[in-house]
Design a protein. Structure first.
Length: 94
């Protein structure tokens, strides 16, 4: 179930990222495309870094514990942070 939610989140952000960068942040289409491709590349390559950290630095059980704690922390705080960010964008333009 977590994998399904991650895929929905990734493709949801990826499909709307260029529109957000051009409309809300005022980037050109070319600049927005470069930034969206960079975001996609980083998002796909970060698991390699996470795997290295988990295997060589933390160990299996500490990595699971740390990632679970981070996942819960972000899941609780992200909607609040995102709401404040979007409200600041909407009301700053008005």
């Amino acid at each position: 179930m977590v994998e399904v939610a991650e895929r929905f989140a990734y493709y949801g952000v990826a499909s709307n990222l260029i529109t957000f960068l051009t409309d809300k942040l005022g980037q050109s289409t070319a600049e927005a495309a470069v930034n969206a491709n960079a975001w996609g590349g980083v998002a796909l390559l970060l698991p390699i870094l996470g795997g290295f950290i988990a295997d060589y630095l933390l160990g299996k059980y500490y990595a699971i514990l740390a990632s679970s704690f981070l996942y819960v922390l972000v899941s609780i705080n992200l909607p609040t942070l995102l709401c404040h960010f979007l409200l600041s964008i909407v009301f700053d333009e008005a």
